[in-house]
Design a protein around this ligand. Structure first.
Ligand SMILES: C[S@@+](CC[C@H](N)C(=O)[O-])C[C@H]1O[C@@H](n2cnc3c(N)ncnc32)[C@H](O)[C@@H]1O
Length: 240
């Protein structure tokens, strides 16, 4: 990774997150795109387990920002009504960054970086291991499951109850392996179908590429375009 902000992958010639604000981008694309604030509040009230599936762990920004949103929902719940709700965050990474690069990437957001820091030891132990391998990290009522390896090898082992997807490979033109028809098919297969609105599966992505929209539609998602982050005209969100 090139040491600059936002971080850039030389291999893929693409940024890990927007130059207009990585945290704000995660909040716009993945949190709002999956309506997470309201759904997390409902989980807190009802003691549900909510599972997020991400493609592309990268710097860990989306994960740590989501832990922050989950904790905010938890703190808004009166103490005598806390129902032991659980968050499971499942992700994949083929090219794990050095821990020091992840810390540097998240430095503009100290409160978010603090939520990534407990992962340091486990991440550094696993990221140098022979791939593919799974890392599990538990923190209060939050579990991270990170598959280290290629998406094609790891995605089949994702759980089949994903409530919300963060589709965050590099842009499809530069990183086609993260957006193949097989990957899009697995995403749909692994998505929760539920008549309980806050648990029924959704997906969101920064790209508006028509092949991605069509591929998700063909596998059962109702897709819509909405305003992208910052200068981006469009992004995609969908629900089962
Ligand atoms: C846009 S970045 C993800 C940013 C990340 N969500 C964050 O919060 O920093 C895309 C990620 O996908 C990973 N990636 C690219 N091709 C992959 C593949 N075939 N399998 C697994 N991961 C891959 C890249 O190494 C990179 O970390």
């Amino acid at each position: 990774m090139q040491q600059q902000h936002p971080p850039v992958s030389q291999q893929f010639d693409d940024v890990y997150f927007s130059a207009h604000g990585g945290l704000a981008e995660v909040q716009h694309v993945f949190h709002t795109g999956n309506n997470l604030a309201a759904r997390f509040a409902a989980c807190q009230q009802q003691g549900d387990t909510f599972t997020i599936g991400e493609l592309g762990f990268g710097t860990g920004l989306s994960y740590a920002a989501t832990v922050q949103l989950w904790q905010q929902a938890q703190h808004q719940q009166p103490a005598n009504q806390q129902n032991n709700a659980k968050l499971v965050f499942v992700s994949v990474e083929k090219f794990p960054l050095e821990w020091s690069d992840m810390v540097a990437a998240l430095t503009p957001w100290p409160a978010v970086l603090a939520l990534l820091t407990p992962l340091a030891e486990t991440y550094q132990q696993h990221s140098s291991a022979n791939q593919p391998t799974w890392l599990t990290h538990e923190q209060d009522n939050i579990t991270l499951k990170l598959g280290l390896g290629d998406v094609a090898d790891i995605l089949p082992d994702y759980p089949s109850n994903i409530n919300a997807w963060f589709l965050d490979g590099f842009t499809p033109a530069k990183n086609p392996a993260m957006w193949t028809p097989e990957v899009l098919q697995y995403i749909a297969q692994k998505t929760m179908r539920s008549t309980t609105p806050h648990l029924n599966g959704t997906c969101a992505t920064f790209t508006a590429a028509s092949a991605v929209r069509r591929g998700l539609q063909e596998n059962g998602f109702h897709m819509q375009k909405c305003k992208g982050f910052a200068f981006k005209r469009e992004m995609l969100m969908g629900n089962m």
